[in-house]
Ligand binder design. Sequence first.
Ligand SMILES: [Zn+2]
Length: 308
Amino acid sequence: MKRLVGILFAVLSFAFPALAGPYADVKVEKINDRVYALLGGIDVPNRQNGGYVNNVLVILGNKGVILVDAGSHKSVAEHIKRAIRALTPDPVTHVLITHHHPDHHLGLVAFPDAQVIASEFCARQIAEDGAGMVWRMERMTGLTLGDTAPVTPQTVIAQHARQAKTINGVTLELITPDTAHTDGDMMVWLPQDGVLATGDVMVHGVNPNIGDGNLKKWLAVLGSAGELPASTIMPGHGALMRPADVANFQELMASFYKTVAQVHKDGGEMSDVRKKLDLARWQKLSRFEELMGRNISTVWLEIETDSF
Ligand SMILES: [Zn+2]
């Protein structure tokens, strides 16, 4: 019987490969009367979660809604949109994209009337590799995403800048630091609300993905982000953070760098790093198996390059 069910399931999933969802419920956290965090899962996009792994900040402006990030693909964005509709009937007029990783922007296609704003590097990556990003999202989720096409941001923010903007009556600062999680991260600071949305420059309860970044520079960016008087921080993935969580994350990242650098300095091998790290701390965070090996080799290579 079990085998029959298995065969039937295989046949059905072959016949309907594009069915997405049902997704985990959107966790809605009210930060104040006009700012809400919509929190998703903390795994990598996969067949089980259908790609719904996103945190989206919703800012209710006087002429429409501003979002930070857009979800992994169209159907995930529709799921998020239903949660936004429960908060306001107003349309989404602007979407700010924190970086080029596909889980943060492929949902843009569900907001065709919105103005999309991102860093120069992020916009270029989407323009050049958007189709490849859709293909990779399909591989990760096992879905056929024929309804999802990349959207290249129309408004581009220069790298290494801090730009104030007023959108729909809301004051925002768009911060595009030097390399951290990627070469083109954008953080969104709401000075009147004390809210900072960091994209994956900060994650909470999840192993960070250092693969496209530079940890030494990332630590510097964390240092300056930590100086902002934010009371609530929305990370790219995971629960909302308080200043103490930011300090913890900084310390964890710094300890990683210090350990790899020490092993390298002592003439050890890359394989020695695991023995020296406080692995128990990292194992508690999701995506450990997937990311730890790659993170060690990324930082090892970074330190080797710096010491060359
Ligand atoms: Zn990312």
